[in-house]
Design a protein around this ligand. Structure first.
Ligand code: PHE
Length: 344
């Protein structure tokens, strides 16, 4: 019995020594210590032994079992350590590697241009006002000296909800609203950016919805030369110091006199090219001296106050500044277009 147990121990220890992974080790464990293993068998056969032999063999069998178990556990731990260090060596992680960039959005070019215009005009002493996009016939037309049936209403084909309610066709109603709020006391010096709507066939240069920035300056002795000076400064800040402006006579019911404002062509420098249709000038906005009737309707005394107003299309300014050839690029949300304005 004793020899058998000692031989078993030797054999088991050799197998443990030779085991190369957890599975081999588990096999050794099952075959030597399992219920059908040789040690269990020895313990079971103890009944046949004499009373003197029994405790001796029993103790030895327990010792053998404990030793095999201890060696198995130790080997198992060694194998696990080897496995972990191997895994660590294989899966090298470079924590200094730059992370994967998260795609970042950017301001829409129209928004960026509006904010640039706001910066320029705030720098010239204007403040920013807003008005409703759903407007009454009164503010959109009548208070701007466009009574019902006035033929100039045809210049702005409109979206009506009712006879008295429409989507504003221009930001000019904010002029009337702001003047009214000032109750006849100047100065009023505001710009108003916002969306406007006109029934139009959409093409490369027209859209039924676009953005305008309106300007209004009312005070004692505001003159046309003030208008020219402000617009000249604006154009130079927005397009570049080398650009000039030119005023051409025009008509708007709410300004008198009215002008169309051109900026010298940035492509040819005024010599004439395809972009400016050989004229050297590009039209950018409408403006004029606020009509006395408009002042009066909104509560300002035209004998005491005078002022100028202007209105410009934001898309048009953006298209000229960034050489964009189709107004529809602004509305189709194509990131290939939008992502080009990250740093504007
Ligand atoms: N509201 C005019 C338009 O939409 C532009 C304009 C504004 C002209 C202010 C003169 C003064 O065409």
């Amino acid at each position: 019995m004793k020899e058998t147990l000692e031989a078993l121990l030797k054999e088991a220890l050799e197998k443990i020594q030779a085991a190369e992974d957890g599975r081999a080790l588990q096999e050794v464990r099952v075959s030597y210590l399992g219920k059908k293993g040789p040690i269990t068998e020895v313990l079971r056969g103890m009944g046949k032994l004499s009373a003197e032999e029994r405790p001796v063999v029993g103790q030895l069998a327990n010792e053998v079992r404990d030793e095999i178990k201890a060696k198995l556990d130790k080997k198992e731990q060694e194998l696990e350590e080897i496995r972990i260090s191997k895994q660590l060596a294989e899966q090298k992680l470079d924590v200094t590697m730059p992370g994967r960039p998260v795609p970042q959005g950017s301001r829409h070019p129209l928004q960026a241009v509006v904010e640039e215009l706001e910066d320029i005009f705030i720098g010239l002493g204007f403040s920013v006002e807003e008005g409703p996009e759903v407007e009454t016939d009164y503010y959109n037309f009548e208070a701007l000296n466009l009574p019902k049936d006035h033929p100039a209403r045809d210049m702005q084909d409109s979206f009506y909800f009712t006879e008295e309610l429409l989507l504003r066709t221009q930001t000019s109603p904010v002029q009337a609203r702001t003047m009214e709020a000032h109750q006849g006391v100047g100065p009023v010096k505001i710009i108003c950016p916002g969306r406007v709507f006109r029934r139009d066939n959409d093409d490369a240069t027209h859209s039924h919805q676009f953005m305008q920035v309106e300007g209004l300056y009312i005070d004692h002795n505001v003159r046309m030369s003030d208008l020219r000076g402000i617009l000249d400064t604006f154009v130079k800040r927005f397009f570049g110091e080398d650009r000039e402006i030119r005023l051409r006579p025009s008509f708007f019911p709410f300004t008198e006199p009215s002008v169309e404002v051109d900026v010298s062509c940035g492509i040819c420098g005024g010599k004439g090219c395809r972009v400016c249709k050989q004229s050297g000038w590009i039209e950018v906005l409408g403006a004029g001296m606020v009509h006395p009737k408009v002042l009066e309707m909104s509560g300002f005394d035209p004998n005491e106050y005078s002022g100028f107003a202007f209105g410009m299309g934001v898309e048009r300014l953006a298209m000229l500044k960034y050489a964009i050839d189709d107004i529809r690029h602004f509305y189709t949300n194509d990131t290939r277009f939008l992502s080009q304005f990250k740093r504007v």
